[in-house]
Design a protein around this ligand. Structure first.
Ligand SMILES: C[S@@+](CC[C@H](N)C(=O)[O-])C[C@H]1O[C@@H](n2cnc3c(N)ncnc32)[C@H](O)[C@@H]1O
Length: 272
């Protein structure tokens, strides 16, 4: 298995992972400004999905190649482009073996994909191979669990409760992907630097998340919306969902609505 295909998420991915209006376009603008991308820049996205990140680049006329294991996810992106002129190529393939020639791109973008692949080092090496010498890798990550010192967001509270439940249930390590590096893990930076990159970290933008409650976030775990739930056996997931419900029922304010702040952070690797 080269990675986790999101075929099963296609019907709810945009509804559960989509940004509030305007955020994706701001993200594009921040990446363009940070990398000083020219209009004719050639971009690659590893794990393009339904185009949450890609669409604003495509709409702005960038040459954009998206690679993904899931045809169904990419079909949604294609539908969004229906009838419009664009320079977009969507390739069904494994980002550990990019079916693309060397030195062809100005930037390789990765958002929420490295924790899903069998070998993230190989993905970074492949991205480097297809970049030209002045090219950059951009790994971006949503940081949605609130600022340090602030009370934990509903999302963070539920995540913590879920993790404690999986501990109680002694879930075998192969069903817990806790070890997979997430977000902007230091290991990505170390690997890139070991291969000669200068690596910069920055916050690309901040925004307010969609309204959420403890109950609504818990429901997503119970409905197996997140990929971390897909790897659990049905029995374990059902028991964990029951225990999570007991935790929600005992929560002092499970229906309080929060719109917590979030930010999109990035790690940018350059070789020039
Ligand atoms: C969480 S989604 C992120 C999609 C998009 N980057 C975004 O931020 O909305 C991860 C995507 O990576 C794809 N994926 C996982 N492993 C992969 C692999 N080895 N090769 C290509 N795509 C992969 C999944 O099918 C899914 O569409």
């Amino acid at each position: 298995m080269p990675g986790i295909s999101f075929d099963r998420a296609v019907d709810y991915y945009d509804a559960t992972r989509g940004y509030p209006p305007g955020v994706a376009a701001q993200l594009r603008d921040a990446i363009v400004a940070t990398l000083q991308l020219k209009r004719h820049a050639r971009l690659l996205e590893a794990g393009v999905g339904t185009g949450r990140i890609a669409l604003p680049f495509i709409e702005a006329g960038y040459f954009y190649v998206g690679v993904d294991l899931s045809r169904r996810m990419m079909r949604q992106l294609r539908q969004k482009l229906d009838g419009r002129r664009h320079s977009t190529y969507l390739v069904c393939g494994d980002v550990m073996h990019l079916p693309l020639s060397d030195a062809a791109f100005d930037a390789a973008v990765m958002v929420h994909v490295l924790h899903l692949v069998e070998n993230w080092r190989q993905v970074l090496d492949e991205a480097r191979r297809v970049l030209h010498s002045q090219g950059a890798i951009v790994i971006a990550s949503d940081e949605r669990d609130g600022q340090e010192g602030a009370p934990p967001t509903p999302r963070a509270q539920v995540q913590q409760a879920w993790s404690a439940i999986l501990d109680e249930l002694n879930v075998p390590p192969d069903q817990r992907r806790d070890g997979a590096p997430h977000g902007l893990d230091d290991r990505f930076q170390e690997h890139l630097q070991m291969h000669g990159a200068a690596v910069e970290r920055l916050t690309l933008l901040t925004y307010r998340q969609h309204p959420q409650t403890v109950r609504s976030v818990a429901q997503r775990y119970q409905e197996r919306i997140y990929s971390s739930c897909w790897v659990l056996s049905d029995d374990i997931h059902a028991e964990a969902a029951r225990r999570l419900q007991r935790w929600v029922d005992a929560h002092p304010d499970p229906d309080a609505v929060h719109e917590p702040p979030a930010q999109i952070d990035a790690m940018i690797a350059r070789w020039n």
